[in-house]
Design a protein. Sequence first.
Length: 257
Amino acid sequence: MFKLIGVIAGFYFFGFFGALLGLLLGSIIDRARAYGAGGINPLQNALRQGVFLETMFISMGKLAKADGQVSQAEIEHAELLMQKLGLTAEHRVQAIALFKRGADPGFTLEATYARFMSVCGHTRHLKQVLLVYLIAMATADGPINPAEEGVLADIANRLGFDQTAFRQLIDMVLNQAHFAAGQPSTEAALDDAYRALGVSKDNTDQEIKRAYRKLISQYHPDKLIGQGLPEDMIALASEKAKEIQLAHDLIERHRKI
């Protein structure tokens, strides 16, 4: 929208070269509105992608070792992610090294997340996408245990989430997962659907629609790629969007809206 405004205003006041300047300024504003301040420069995408993956694999290792032992399920979860990302043999070796670094008992996350926030912290959705995936990782070998929750809470704090937002996000992710295999038909499914969207039965139709649209927007492929999410991870984001869609569809049918 601001690109068009910039072109018209620039041409009106300064002619052809003003229109070009208006197009440039309008493009910058449009990217800032869509992706956040950190997503303004598309030339930084490769750097953001690299830092995102590095942070994710290190954090996965930290989570896996949180309870003192890396389980086979957690190893398989990491292997599955590498397959989905289509990592080359060289990059797979690097990912395993990062995972092992995070799993080292003496390793701390401070420097990792300081770098992540300096490179990716000003984008709109990368912080939440990272935390959502790590929450899902923590459930790979069963319910989230206290040690894993402690690591997740530390990561959430480093990403700028307060405890209330963190607890709500965990609840939403766990309930969204109930829709991973399709729409469940249990009596509790409707309650799960509300919690998956972060709302309750007391919310109005408009409030539920607003919450749904905000969530779906966070997983929009173009927006995520524009912010620096590696393209190979878009399929994982699409799976999460599908879960949200199914939860919303169930609520819509129940409310007849």
